[in-house]
Design a protein around this ligand. Structure first.
Ligand code: NAD
Length: 253
């Protein structure tokens, strides 16, 4: 029996990249999965259904409050409950790198709208549905950028530090309702979606960053999905407000 048998999970940004890997892995553990994304998530739904699982794509822009409300209520209507929200949607892969003094207000607003406001709005929409069962798990996706900094995309590092703050604050607010809120901070993860955006410079940077890690390499989506299952499962029920680093031993404390 899977670790998430009978549970219902939403993964925002689940159509592509690491989000698609979270969807498939949660389904393998028995969860019914909602793929919530601005991009078409039906191919992820197809993979899950072909393997005998249940899944649904709900077109969702995480920056929109009505879209988040629709995502949460449609999930509840379809599957009769809502246990897990993986707040993974984020702007990262396509971000243009330049020194902070050259970043624009528009670039900051774009990143904050998705990476910060999107995480808060997702929780805001899902918590009332979770409260109906007196139980819930929210897994926010931060990044080691929050702790290490990322020269060239300060707005991104700042947005992920904000995710750590949202996680801590909301964990204190909703513990009494049985809702556990934690975060995953992955280090660099190589994805298929990221590949077309690689440059000679970014490849060099990734190689150096991989070698500095205790395990001597950067991550793959398969390296982070296990922690997502753990934080979504009852095995982590006495954890809340934590941000767990998964970066091959790059950040040590
Ligand atoms: N790839 C890495 O190295 C890495 C490292 C640490 C953290 N992360 C974080 O992990 C998450 C996934 O990263 P990824 O590399 O798979 O990125 P990605 O760009 O491949 O995928 C991001 C997903 O989010 C979706 N999305 C973007 N804006 C959205 C919106 N407004 N509403 C709904 N969905 C939206 C995209 O369509 C896409 O499916 C992000 O939060 C990212 O910041 C990534």
């Amino acid at each position: 029996m899977g670790q998430l048998e009978g549970k219902v999970a939403i993964v925002t940004g689940g159509a592509l990249g690491i989000g698609a890997a979270y969807c498939k892995r949660l389904a393998e553990e028995g969860a019914k999965v909602v793929v919530a994304d601005i991009e078409d998530g039906n191919s992820v739904v197809g993979v899950i259904e072909q393997a005998g699982g249940r899944a649904l794509f709900i077109e969702t822009d995480v920056t929109s409050e009505p879209d988040n409300k629709n995502m949460a209520s449609k999930t509840f209507q379809t599957f009769g409950r809502l246990d897990i929200l993986v707040a993974n949607a984020g702007l990262y892969t396509h971000l243009k790198r330049h020194p902070s003094v050259e970043e624009t207000v528009q670039e900051w607003d774009d990143v904050y709208n998705v990476n910060v406001k999107g995480v808060w709005l997702g929780a805001k929409a899902c918590i009332p549905e979770m409260k109906k069962n007196g139980y819930g798990k929210i897994v926010n996706i931060a990044s080691t950028a929050a702790f290490q900094g990322t020269p060239g995309i300060t707005r991104y590092a700042a947005s992920k530090a904000a995710v750590v703050g949202i996680t801590r604050s909301m964990a204190r607010e909703y513990g009494d309702d049985g809702i556990r809120i934690n975060a995953i901070a992955p280090g660099p993860i190589e994805t298929e979606t990221g590949k077309p955006y690689e440059t000679e410079e970014s490849l060099k940077r990734r190689l150096v960053s991989g070698k500095k890690r205790a395990l001597g390499r950067n991550g793959l989506p398969s390296d982070v999905v296990g922690l997502c299952v753990f934080l979504s499962s009852e095995k982590s029920d006495f954890m809340s407000g934590q941000t767990v680093v998964v970066d091959g031993g790059g950040t040590l404390w």
